[in-house]
Design a protein around this ligand. Structure first.
Ligand code: NAD
Length: 495
């Protein structure tokens, strides 16, 4: 297609992309690099340095040094606020350029890239406002008695050096959901973006330097799992925050057990979207379709299991099929595109394999069911019916545009079906009965419940998973506290 990217995008791509260590852009110590591809046409778009364990050592030592010297953690909170705010302003002025990089690197439609980028900017500004609101508690009264007086309080301190490991499905947003609160709390960061999508992290880092974040406070290492492993094992890293698959999350827990590093995990999901007979169909049909098809299903909280009450089941499934047939699959730069390509050949094959297994296990495809990987990794929106809860397509995270639809009779049945999963990240509920909405929200085992809408994240709302969808929360006050340690101080007073 004839989309012309901005000159700064062309210039950025042609750069030699290096590692950011201690405020300097450096080659990897062993000279290795790797190629980055556009999933919409398989073309190489850039070459980035491959950080070795020696580079991890250098970056961690620079972060440690900056933290221990207090160049950032010791800065006046409002000065940190101003720098973070300036960072957001600078990024905002480059939103067209950054969104082009996200489309080229990840494949997502440009409108989605812009939405995700705007979320990220909101997160910086929200956490920038927290630097002087790191509040502890006064607990003096608990200890006073027997004629003795104590003044006791808690305080929150930055946790130290944090290793932040990112997935490929939302590169810009997953960078900021971790880095913004970590910096606001006063931590020094070493970030490891995903090997499939390393580019926006480099732009974010370049802009952070321009905004005035001091050398060593934000380091970025492009590399693969081995780079992540070296970071996780490093003795001078105080905390790991990881977003990615549940299987790698478990490896990280094992690796961190030797020195009991603090850990936050944002992992996979198989989230239910529940449609009751009394819902507003005009709202619910497009919302349930986009719950799974946004970003081609490559969303951790994608509503990949659809449960529809029997009274509206046929009408709803026809509506979903009609709506989804109209969703254009194509290059993310085409303004009509609603589903871009999957990220890679591996992901394309994985989605295809699940679809074949669904068919072999007896499920029926009512729309889609195949893709085209001749140019890029495009897969059609796919809806399965005749689902048995034991089928792989009903249990495992596919991370593609594949929906498994099931009919249910009543609230008890749907709660039991919805909770029959190892995951617990998100859930959607569509009903006009407020009592039913509250009842389902209370009974669903997941970290997030959306009623009469699906997904969407806000700076102030904690986000995270029950069960094997993760540990801890990002965003909101909890997302900030995740980068702090709590200290209790108790002072015995003489009178
Ligand atoms: P992944 O687990 O394969 O990789 C994630 C990151 O971890 C990459 O940067 C990778 O290089 C690194 N990594 C891999 N092995 C490692 C190891 N042993 N030690 C340290 N680092 C290692 O995940 P992915 O395929 O990039 O992303 C898709 C997964 O992420 C899906 O399961 C999705 O649900 C999940 N995800 C979750 C959320 C959430 O907020 N819960 C958000 C986005 C994605």
């Amino acid at each position: 297609m004839g989309y012309q990217v901005l000159e700064e995008t062309t210039n950025f791509l042609s750069n030699k992309h290096k590692l950011l260590i201690d405020g300097n852009w450096l080659d990897s110590s062993d000279g290795k690099s790797f190629d980055v591809f556009n999933p919409a046409n398989k073309n190489k778009i850039a070459e980035v340095c491959f950080a070795s364990s020696q580079d991890v050592d250098k970056a961690v030592s620079s972060a440690r040094n900056s933290f221990d010297r207090g160049v950032w953690s010791g800065m006046k909170p409002l000065d940190r606020t101003k720098i973070l705010w300036k960072w957001a302003d600078l990024l905002e002025s480059k939103i067209d350029h950054i969104s082009e990089i996200e489309v080229l690197d990840n494949g997502m439609p440009v409108v989605i890239a812009k939405t995700f980028i705007q979320y990220g900017l909101d997160w910086i500004r929200y956490f920038a406002g927290m630097t002087d609101k790191v509040l502890g508690k006064n607990i003096s009264s608990a200890l006073t008695g027997n004629g003795e007086n104590f003044h006791s309080y808690t305080s929150l301190e930055p946790i130290g050096v944090v290793g932040l490991i990112l997935p490929w499905n939302g590169p810009f947003g997953t960078f900021l959901i971790k880095v913004a609160p970590a910096l606001a709390a006063g931590c020094s960061c070493v970030v490891k973006p995903a090997e499939d999508t390393p580019l926006s992290a480099l732009l974010l880092a370049e802009t952070a330097l321009e905004a005035g974040i001091p050398p060593g406070v934000l380091n970025v290492l492009t590399g693969d799992a081995s780079t992540g492993e070296a970071l996780v094992h490093h003795k001078d890293v105080d905390k790991i925050s990881f977003t990615g698959s549940t299987s790698v999350g478990k490896k990280i827990v094992n690796a961190c057990s030797h020195d009991l590093k603090r850990i936050t995990l944002e992992l996979g999901g198989k989230s239910p979207c529940i449609i009751f007979d009394d819902c507003d169909l005009e709202t619910a049909i497009p919302a349930a379709a986009m719950a799974i098809f946004t970003n081609s299903g490559q969303v951790c909280f994608a509503g990949s299991r659809l449960y529809v009450q029997e009274g509206v089941y046929d009408e709803f499934l026809n509506g979903i099929a009609e709506f989804s047939k109209g969703l254009k699959v194509g290059n993310g730069f085409d303004p009509d595109t609603m589903l871009g390509p999957l990220i890679s050949e591996i992901q394309f094959n994985q989605v295809n394999k699940y679809v074949q297994e669904g068919l072999e296990e007896g499920a029926e495809v009512i729309i889609g069911g195949d893709g085209d990987n001749s140019d890029g990794y495009f897969f059609k929106p796919t809806v399965f019916t005749k689902i048995d809860p034991s089928m792989k397509i009903a249990r495992e995270e596919i991370f593609g545009p594949v929906l498994a639809a099931t009919k249910f009779k009543d609230l008890d049945e749907v709660i039991s079906l919805a909770n029959d999963t190892q995951y617990g990240l998100g859930a959607g509920v569509f009903t006009t009965d407020v009592n039913k909405a509250h009842s389902v929200a209370a009974k669903i085992q997941s970290g997030n419940v959306w009623v009469n809408h699906y997904g969407g994240m806000h700076s102030a709302l904690p986000f995270g998973g029950y069960k094997q969808s993760g540990w801890g929360r990002e965003l909101g006050e909890d997302g900030f506290k995740a980068y702090t340690e709590q200290k209790t101080v108790s002072i015995k007073l003489s009178t």
